[in-house]
Ligand binder design. Structure first.
Ligand code: GDP
Ligand code: MG
Length: 294
């Protein structure tokens, strides 16, 4: 299973949203809309039999006034550091401008695959495409350059194929069910993950996922049981923190956001487990006295 995060960058109007909508299509639609949280960053999640690609916005890179690393790490939910692959979009019907060059300069500080998408090829003559490729090639050593039209679906399949090529082998970060028909679950798990991003050091969130095990509704409140799944014991200790201080902080902040979102009182029961412990769901559930996962 190939699974991971693709950070989208590019100036306004180059076609980022159009491309994501095209890729996500009817397969799954989630543009997570989180008015109460600091940022609205996940753009879409693509799922198929052997992959899950999470497309995220990486706003920090567009901002010329900040020291890159610092800014991205603390201010943006997903930063260049958090993604596996970077996808830069440009509009080939426009001349290569200062904005593109600025972004490309920034990319030089980044040590991960960068895929250049030359969008809107339907607007230019075929012969021009090659000239464009050469122009960009001279500026940066892109891992791949793909000319596409997000609007008329030319080469969009190629974008997916190429992303997969550069993504790591990994378990899915979100289960299919969560994103297809249970968007509240999805949003709740995102809010918890966001707090992990905010409160822990950078290597922690990469190896972390969050699953909503159960939501129990009562008249005015919700009982939510969630598990933060980590891939090793040492991360578990970090997330729990000294005498549980970190997990408590994550829980308090997440609960606040969830309450704002769902307009209900929330009891959030957060657990941390290594993936080995968590995999045996039945056994895990019985720890809580449940024998059925929602
Ligand atoms: P974003 O700001 O990067 O998210 O750009 P949008 O996806 O909102 O697109 C900006 C405009 O460009 C919209 O009017 C789109 O219809 C148009 N657009 C996007 N992709 C293409 C394309 O491949 N060809 C053409 N002709 N127009 C496109
Ligand atoms: Mg857009």
């Amino acid at each position: 299973m190939k699974s991971g995060f693709v950070g989208l960058i590019g100036r306004p109007n180059v076609g980022k949203s159009t491309l994501i909508n095209n890729i996500i299509g009817t397969k799954i639609a989630i543009i997570s809309n989180k008015p109460q949280t600091t940022r609205n960053i996940i753009q879409g999640i693509y799922n198929d039999e052997d992959s899950q690609i999470v497309f995220v916005d990486t706003p920090g890179i567009h901002k010329p006034n900040h020291k890159l690393g610092q800014y991205l790490n603390k201010q943006a939910y997903y930063s260049i550091d958090d993604v596996d692959v970077i996808m830069m979009l440009t509009d080939v019907s426009e001349p290569l401008g200062a904005g593109d060059k600025y972004v490309i300069e920034k990319l030089k500080e980044v040590n991960k695959p960068v895929i250049l998408i030359l969008n809107k090829i339907d607007k230019i003559l075929r012969e021009k495409i090659l000239t464009k490729i050469v122009e960009y090639k001279d500026l940066y050593n892109f891992s791949e350059i793909i000319p596409i039209s997000a609007l008329t679906s030319i080469n969009v399949d190629d974008v997916i194929k190429t992303c997969k090529k550069y993504l790591p082998e990994s378990v899915k970060f979100f289960d299919d069910d969560t994103i297809t028909n249970k968007s509240n679950k999805f949003l709740i798990s995102e809010m918890i993950r966001e707090k992990i991003f905010l409160l822990t050091e950078e290597e922690v969130p990469h190896s972390t996922s969050c699953y909503i095990e159960k939501i129990e509704k009562s008249k005015n409140s919700l009982n939510i049981i969630a598990t933060i799944v980590v891939d090793r014991e040492s991360l578990k200790r970090i997330i729990i923190g000294k005498q549980g201080a970190m997990i408590k902080k994550i829980g308090t902040m997440a609960r606040y956001d969830i309450e704002q979102l769902l307009k209900k009182k929330v009891y959030l029961d957060l657990h941390v487990r290594t993936i080995e412990k968590w995999r045996d769901k039945e056994k895990y559930l019985s720890e809580f006295g449940y024998n059925e996962f929602e």
